[in-house]
Design a protein around this ligand. Structure first.
Ligand code: FES
Ligand code: FE2
Length: 400
C-alpha cells in the first residue's frame, strides 16, 4: 500500500527522476560569437552616463566584455578593451592625459581609437608602435548617456533618436540614470537580461505581484485585473491593457519593448496621463547580470516616476527593506532574481496570459536568424537623416 491507501498505485508528479533543466542559450547568452551576442552587437547600447566618462578610468562590463571608459584631455570619450595590448594589465589603473590613456605598467599611451602614441621604454618611443593597436569601440553621447557600438564596423547603424526624448513639454528636461529604474531593486541585477525584458510584457503580474500579493506597490487602479491584448510593432511587441477608473472612465495603458533591449514603460505610479516619459535600456552586463540605463523627460532632477497626487507612499525603498520584509513583500527584483541566474526554459509552462512573452521570443529568434543569414536586423538604419522613432506607449484616459 502507498500513502494514498491504494494498492499498486503510485504517487505521480514527484520531483524524483525529472529531466535535467536547461535554458535556451540562443536567446540568453550574449558573449562574442554567440547568436544573441551577434544580434546585440548590431545595435548601439548605453554603457554609462556622460558623466562617467572622465579623467578617472572607469571599469565597464557589457555583453561579457571588460572595457575601460574615460575622457581624454580634449574632451573625447573613449572606450577601450581593459586588457592592455602590451602585456595585459588592465587600463583601469591607467592615467588619462591630453591625448589618451597611459597604461600604468610600461607607460604605453593609447588614444580613444586605440592608436598607440608612445612606448616610452622603446628606442625613440617605439618604431613599430602602430602595430600595437589597443582594441576599442566607437562611442556617441546622447540624452546624457554614452552609447557604444561593439559590432562589425562595416555594419554600424546610425544611433537612433526617439521622439519621446526629443519633443519636450513645457517645464520638462532630459535626465539620465543608471540605477536600474524598473528593476525593482539594486543597480546590478544578478540574473539574465531576458528575465527583465520579458517582465515588461508580463502584464498580468502587475495586479498579482504589485497589486495584491504585497499590497499596493504602485497605485490603486493598477491593482485591477486588466483586459490585455498584445501586438507586434515595427520594433518589437506592445501590451495594451484596459482598466476602469472610479468615475467610470477607461485607463488605456500601452507598454512596449523594442529592439534591442528597450523597455518603453509608462509610469506605473501614474503621476499623470499621456505619452510615455522615459526609455530604459536593459543592458546585458554578461549572461547572468544586467543593468538598466534610463533617459527620460523629467520636471525634477532624478524624479522619473512621480506619483499621482494622494497615492500611497508606504512602500519602503528596496534598499531600506530587510531580507524578511523582502520575503513578506516581494517585488520585481525578488520575482525575477528568484527565477535564477538564467531561468530554465525547459521547466516552464507558458499559458494564454504569457502570450506577450512568447511573442517577444518569436521576435528575438527571428532577428537572431536574420543576422545569422547575413541580414541587417530590424531597427538598424544607415540613413543619417532618419527621423526620431515614435512609440505608442503611454497611460491614457478615455471616456466611456
Ligand atoms: S602592459 Fe600596458 S604598457 Fe605594458
Ligand atoms: Fe513588475
Amino acid at each position: 500500500m502507498n500513502d494514498n491507501g491504494a494498492i499498486g498505485r503510485f504517487d505521480s508528479g514527484t520531483g524524483y527522476g525529472r529531466r535535467a533543466s536547461t535554458y535556451v542559450a540562443g536567446l540568453t547568452e550574449v558573449g562574442p560569437g554567440t547568436p544573441m551576442g551577434e544580434l546585440m552587437r548590431r545595435y548601439w547600447h548605453p554603457v554609462g552616463l556622460s558623466t562617467h566618462a572622465s579623467a578617472t578610468p572607469r571599469e565597464v562590463r557589457v555583453l561579457g566584455e571588460d572595457l575601460v571608459l574615460f575622457r581624454d584631455g580634449r574632451g573625447r570619450a573613449g572606450l577601450v578593451v581593459a586588457r592592455c595590448a602590451h602585456r595585459g594589465t588592465t587600463l583601469y589603473y591607467g592615467k588619462v592625459e591630453e591625448r589618451g590613456i597611459r597604461c600604468c605598467y610600461h607607460g604605453w599611451l593609447f588614444d580613444v581609437e586605440g592608436n598607440c602614441l608612445e612606448q616610452p621604454c622603446e628606442p625613440d618611443g617605439g618604431h613599430a608602435r602602430e602595430r600595437a593597436r589597443q582594441p576599442w569601440y566607437p562611442v556617441r553621447e546622447q540624452y546624457g548617456l554614452i552609447f557604444a557600438y561593439m559590432g562589425p564596423p562595416e555594419r554600424k547603424p546610425v544611433l537612433p533618436r526617439y521622439d519621446c526624448l526629443e519633443t519636450l513639454d513645457e517645464g520638462e528636461f532630459i535626465d539620465a540614470d543608471d540605477s536600474s529604474i524598473g528593476s525593482g531593486g539594486g543597480a546590478i541585477a544578478p540574473c539574465n537580461w531576458l528575465q527583465h525584458f520579458e517582465n515588461v510584457l508580463d502584464t498580468y503580474h502587475v495586479p498579482i505581484l504589485h497589486g495584491n500579493f504585497s499590497g499596493t506597490q504602485f497605485v490603486e487602479i493598477m491593482n485591477q485585473m486588466p483586459k490585455v491584448t498584445w501586438d507586434y510593432t515595427p520594433l518589437g511587441v506592445k501590451a495594451f491593457s484596459v482598466r476602469t477608473t472610479a468615475d467610470g472612465r477607461r485607463m488605456q495603458r500601452t507598454t512596449e519593448v523594442a529592439l534591442p533591449t528597450l523597455r518603453v514603460v509608462p509610469n506605473p505610479y501614474v503621476g499623470g496621463y499621456g505619452r510615455v516619459e522615459s526609455i530604459g535600456w536593459t543592458v546585458p552586463i554578461d549572461d547572468t547580470h544586467y543593468r538598466i540605463y534610463t533617459a527620460g523627460r523629467v520636471r525634477e532632477k532624478g524624479v522619473f516616476l512621480p506619483r499621482a497626487a494622494g497615492a500611497p507612499t508606504n512602500r519602503r525603498r528596496w534598499h531600506d527593506m530587510t531580507q524578511e520584509e523582502r520575503r513578506d513583500f516581494p517585488g520585481d527584483w525578488e520575482a525575477q532574481i528568484g527565477q535564477g541566474p538564467i531561468t530554465f526554459h525547459s521547466d516552464e509552462h507558458l499559458v494564454t496570459s504569457d502570450r506577450g512573452i512568447a511573442m517577444l521570443r518569436h521576435v528575438l529568434r527571428r532577428e537572431v536568424d536574420a543576422v545569422a543569414q547575413g541580414k541587417d536586423p530590424t531597427g538598424t538604419s544607415f540613413d543619417e537623416q532618419q527621423q526620431p522613432i515614435v512609440f505608442e506607449a503611454g497611460n491614457f484616459l478615455v471616456d466611456g
